[in-house]
Design a protein around this ligand. Structure first.
Ligand SMILES: NC(=O)C1=CN([C@@H]2O[C@H](COP(=O)(O)OP(=O)(O)OC[C@H]3O[C@@H](n4cnc5c(N)ncnc54)[C@H](OP(=O)(O)O)[C@@H]3O)[C@@H](O)[C@H]2O)C=CC1
Ligand SMILES: CC(=O)N[C@@H](CCC(=O)OP(=O)(O)O)C(=O)O
Length: 350
């Protein structure tokens, strides 16, 4: 096939850089415009020295003139910045595939958007988590895709089998530890090395994190429709001193009669045909380093018999399957390519 011409907006940031790292390994694309904001005019090699083949490329401004005319445009911009440019791109050419790595188009409920993000809701696009029931079909041939948040990706995939199978009450607890790249590249006081190194801290405690409604939306979506219930999610994020990765520990009360074998069978069966979700062998528990740089999510689950709770743990690389890998997986579906083109399940060790 003719190679698709792809632009990346926000190429100086963490997510944009990781999209480019993935695209450089993709045989069916040609990298077009690379845009930034404060760094427009700078060479990419100065900002993203690991992207050696693109070192001499110069960042241009983020607008319709620079991003128009491509087959695919990835938006890796701060929240609230995608709506206007996405609208312009699709007005210019409705066949352009626009893939938003930000949160602007993820939520279905406009009120929830305003409550957690502020401002007006830009709209709702097909949600880029193909592993959700029925979702892969929504993404094939799509021209607009909302890439999930990093915490929602791992939390959803870690809990969805149990919720869908009805082996737990729809009332879940997620405590997830993230590396610092999840917060982006822009300087923030709580991300200074002296604050982060040798430290672990909780933040956005008490249901205030903006990923809470997204996890709730996803898990409610997999709950059997007939129940007519909504999943309740208590989500607590933790910041830990590592550059990449999220480890999510999830739990929920199991319904009467559920055994440890039921839990294992539920998870093994749910992900038997999923190329990027790996249920670890019995007794092995996910760790972030095993998924570093890879598009895999590692999952394990068991029954805490005394507490009658499911305990499920998931690991993801927030920048890979948690953002850029998912974005490329979705692009593949949108373009009718093999879903795994340019992606790997192989992590780094040690
Ligand atoms: N980091 C992560 O793990 C994840 C990030 N995401 C999402 O990806 C998006 C980007 O995040 P991330 O890469 O971490 O953030 P960064 O802060 O690292 O990068 C932000 C990028 O956006 C550009 N930018 C900033 N302001 C504007 C603006 N007003 N108009 C156009 N471009 C602008 C910056 O350009 P410049 O540097 O030139 O100023 C930079 O390229 C966010 O929406 C985030 O939610 C999603 C999942 C996970
Ligand atoms: C460690 C850290 O700060 N993580 C970020 C979330 C990660 C992210 O990028 O989420 P979006 O895709 O929705 O932007 C946070 O908690 O705000």
């Amino acid at each position: 096939m003719t190679r698709k011409r792809v632009a990346v907006a926000g190429a100086s940031g963490y997510a944009g850089g990781e999209v480019l790292r993935h695209l450089l390994a993709h045989p069916d694309v040609e990298i077009g415009a690379l845009t930034g904001a404060s760094n427009a005019g700078e060479r990419l090699g100065v900002l993203q020295p690991h992207l050696v083949p693109l070192a001499e490329r110069v960042l241009v401004e983020t607008n319709l003139d620079t991003l128009g005319g491509h087959d695919v445009v990835f938006l890796a911009l701060p929240h609230g910045q995608s709506g206007a440019i996405a609208q312009q791109l699709q007005a210019q050419d409705p066949s352009t595939v626009v893939i938003d790595c930000g949160a602007d188009f993820r939520l279905q409920d406009a009120e929830e958007w305003t409550r957690f993000y502020g401002g007006d809701h830009a709209g709702t696009w097909p949600y880029g988590l193909p592993e959700l029931p029925g979702q892969r079909e929504q993404l094939r041939g799509a021209t607009r895709i909302a890439v999930p948040g990093c915490y929602p990706t791992v939390s959803t995939l870690t809990l969805a089998p149990a919720i869908a199978a009805g082996i737990v009450e729809p009332d879940v607890v997620v405590v997830a530890a993230s590396g610092t790249s999840g917060a982006g590249k822009a300087a923030k006081p709580h991300l200074l090395g002296s604050e982060v190194m040798g430290n672990a801290s909780a933040y956005a405690v008490g249901g205030s994190h903006r990923h809470t409604p997204e996890i709730t939306q996803n898990l409610t979506g997999v709950l059997a429709e007939a129940t007519g219930r909504k999943v309740t999610v208590s989500f607590t994020p933790l910041l830990v001193p590592m550059p990449r990765g999220i480890l999510a520990t999830c739990s929920a009360r199991v319904v009467d009669g559920v055994t440890a074998d039921d839990v294992r069978e539920t998870y093994v069966k749910a992900y038997a045909d999923e190329p990027f979700v790996h249920v670890l062998p019995d007794g092995l528990w996910p760790q972030t380093k095993s998924v570093t740089g890879s598009n895999a999510v590692h999952v394990q689950a068991t029954l805490d018999e005394a507490a009658r709770r499911l305990v499920a743990v998931g690991a993801v690389d927030n920048l890979a399957k948690g953002t850029a890998g998912a974005a490329v997986q979705c692009m593949n579906l949108a373009l009718g390519l093999d879903e795994g083109t340019g992606l790997t399940t192989i992590g780094l060790a040690p």
